[in-house]
Design a protein around this ligand. Structure first.
Ligand code: GDP
Length: 510
């Protein structure tokens, strides 16, 4: 909608506001244009607004190390299309359902938890691919601790495999390789690991520190080894969280549920979320009414590394948004109000920036058109003068030709409009100072014509030509009628000539 507004303004600027050649594009123009578009002086609001006190809420300073406890790693599965990401997630989820003896259908909440026989837990984000990962990274709130890179052993390193590696590198998230489809006869896991070398993913057997597990997502083979390798990597990374204090987290999914209303899936990163907590996320806030775990079972609380579904939002927050707990509902309202205000201000500034660049663009094209406009204006002015003059001649009685002031009638012809214009402009300034009036009977572009001679005869005028010619018959005709034709190729000579003619008209006084 913003761009449309600005375009409207621009349209109005070009079409509805009068463009005078000497006017610079001014603010009032835009205001005018905007008024015509029905838009308010929104930028004016920016200028009017005084610096308001920052009411935002931020993440807390790092926790005291003594408060830290181990937490489950949060894992994203990435890799090339058809290499088995979805199948792997399904197998992992299924293994978990069996382990926990939940026969029912699990509702997808964007993440699920896998518990190893040894008790360790892993949180898997179950929206595979780059989209979710990128959305979170774009918001600077990366929840992923490590990436499982799925590479099909029968296909090897492909385009999106490489992209995934680049995503991981940029986000500085360590990788674990799952060489998938090892059940296939044509599977060649060695080749996969070799190909990965070219992208700086050096597996352990090549002396690197990247673990590679050979699996079959379809048959569920070696999934435990994969989970154990994940836990090992998590231990190396020393993933810990502080379950006390204010809650911090990230939204991984956001939707409106028919029964529950706005619902979000969240990864808790700090603190412990409970019923009654007041949370803000972007410009939305919630008072937590209900909490559900990844199996849609109502839970009382969720701590660091845990995925949880939160019900109680007043508005639906965006995926990737950071969640922060505040002390009260009134504080939540204040933060949200402040953020909406900042958002609006930024939008206004952006609007203004676009308008300014349009203005600049317009100014440039305006400069180009400036001469053209000035010339048109001049032509119009001359045309009016000429009409008035003709009218005045038409109404003048023939006899009263002897005027009080001496006057000289002129006919000016030039090769181009520019030269005629230049001569007329000089005469304009000259006219005012002289006692002898000159009257320009006619001016125009082209060679001296019969009409010019006739006009000169009618007004006892003199013809001046600049860079034009007069053919033999015209010259003869003028000579017969005793009409002087002065031809020049240099403007100041023409002007000098004209001045002489003018002063010769003045009564000789001493
Ligand atoms: P995604 O695009 O990465 O999510 O890939 P999918 O999980 O949709 O898998 C693509 C195809 O590969 C499907 O037909 C799967 O059944 C098949 N597939 C996935 N994992 C394996 C595996 O371990 N072995 C075999 N033989 N096929 C697999």
């Amino acid at each position: 909608a913003m761009n449309k507004d600005v375009d409207d303004v621009y349209e109005a600027l070009l079409n509805e506001v009068d463009v005078e050649p000497d006017t610079v594009l001014e603010d009032k123009w835009i205001k005018e244009a905007v008024k015509k578009c029905g838009m308010k002086y929104r930028w004016a609001k920016i200028a009017e607004t005084k610096e308001k006190e920052n009411k935002d809420v931020q993440r807390q300073p790092p926790p005291d190390p003594v408060c830290l406890v181990n937490r489950p790693p949060v894992v994203t599965i990435m890799g090339h299309v058809d290499h088995g990401k979805t199948t792997l997630l399904d197998s992992l989820r299924k293994s978990q359902i069996v382990a926990q003896e939940f026969g029912g259908i699990t509702q997808h909440i964007g993440a699920f938890l896998v518990q190893l026989p040894s008790g360790e837990m892993i949180t898997f984000l179950d929206t595979p691919g780059h989209a979710a990962f990128s959305a979170m990274r774009a918001r600077g709130s990366l929840v992923t601790d490590l990436i499982i890179l799925v590479v099909a052993a029968d296909d090897g390193v492909m385009k999106q495999t490489i992209e995934s590696i680049e995503h991981a590198k940029k986000a500085k998230v360590p990788i674990l390789v799952a060489v998938n489809k090892c059940d296939k006869p044509q599977a060649d896991p060695q080749r996969v690991k070799h190909e990965l070398l070219a992208h700086d993913v050096v597996c352990e057997e090549f002396g690197g520190d990247v673990q590679a597990i050979h699996i079959s997502a379809l048959k569920g083979e070696n999934l435990l080894e994969l989970a154990e390798a994940t836990v090992t990597l998590a231990e190396i990374l020393e993933l810990k969280g502080d379950p006390s204090g204010l809650v911090e987290g990230t939204i991984i999914e956001s939707k409106t549920d028919k029964g529950k209303g706005p619902v979000t899936a969240v990864i808790v990163q700090r603190g412990t979320v409970r019923k009654g907590c007041v949370l803000v996320a972007g410009t939305a806030w919630a008072k937590v009414r209900l909490l559900f775990d990844a199996n849609s079972i109502a839970v009382k609380e969720a701590g660091p590394g845990m995925p949880v579904e939160i019900v109680g939002w007043k508005e639906l927050p965006n995926v990737g948004e950071e969640i922060l707990e505040v002390e009260s509902e009134s504080r939540a309202r204040e933060v949200v109000e402040w953020r909406k205000y900042v958002e609006e201000q930024n939008k206004l500034k952006e609007d203004q920036r676009v308008i300014e660049s349009k203005q600049e663009e317009h100014r440039e094209s305006y400069q180009k058109n400036r001469e053209k406009l000035a010339h048109l204006k001049w032509k119009k002015r001359r045309a009016v003068q000429y009409q008035e003059y003709k009218l005045c001649i038409a109404n003048r009685p023939i006899q009263s030709k002897e005027t009080k002031h001496p006057s000289l009638s002129l006919i000016i012809k030039g090769d181009v409009e520019g030269s005629v214009e230049a001569i007329l402009n000089i005469l304009d300034s000259y006219n005012a100072e002289e006692q002898c009036q000159m009257e320009i009977v006619y001016f125009g572009v082209g060679d001296i014509s019969e009409n010019d001679v006739n006009l000169a005869e009618a007004f006892s005028g003199i013809i001046y030509g600049f860079n034009v010619s007069a053919n033999k018959s015209i010259q003869d005709m003028a000579a017969k009628k005793k009409i002087p034709i002065n031809m020049h190729r240099i403007i100041y000579r023409l002007i000098d000539n004209l001045k002489e003619d003018l002063s010769s008209q003045l009564p000789t006084t001493t």
